[in-house]
Design a protein. Structure first.
Length: 154
């Protein structure tokens, strides 16, 4: 009996980090206020979900979207290098959480280039999973992240 209790507790403790990554979209919508100085969330039909800046790309559909793929947006060299080295890579919720926490280390990891640079200077110090959960709500292709294209490299 004791062994099964210990095994259950061990299994639960190992599962906690995965649960901790799940965000609250309602909280994320409020937290997104920090992001809207540079980013908007605008549906393809022109409906503004969150009015915001145009310094950064429109984040509608970002979860499940190919990296650096918003037509007409001028991306920085670092993110373009990620897209070039990983042409089938799409934004997963985990990658977005890591990226918004601190873009530079994410770019270095994905490119292998310690000099990789980002145009995104803001770092989201907390509630990253909430913001990403909010963005996932407005990402019709989010299911694509679960099944990346064949040969995709993360």
């Amino acid at each position: 009996m004791k062994i099964s209790i210990y095994a259950t507790l061990a299994a639960l403790s190992l599962a906690l980090p995965a649960v901790a990554q799940e965000g609250d979209a309602a909280k994320g919508e409020k937290e997104f206020n920090k992001c809207k100085a540079c980013h908007m969330v605008q549906a393809p039909d022109g409906t503004d979900i969150v009015k915001g800046g145009k310094t950064g790309p429109n984040l509608y559909g970002v979860v499940g979207r190919k990296i650096a793929s918003v037509e007409g947006f001028k991306y920085g060299d670092g993110i373009l290098e990620v897209a070039e080295k990983n042409p089938d890579m799409v934004w997963s919720e985990a990658d977005l959480i890591e990226y918004v926490t601190d873009p530079k280390p994410w770019l270095v990891e994905k490119t292998g280039d310690s000099a990789a640079k980002t145009k995104m200077t803001f770092k989201l110090g907390k509630n990253q999973a909430d913001v990403v959960a909010f963005l996932a709500q407005h990402s019709p292709d989010a299911g694509a992240e679960a099944a990346p294209a064949e040969g995709a490299a993360n």
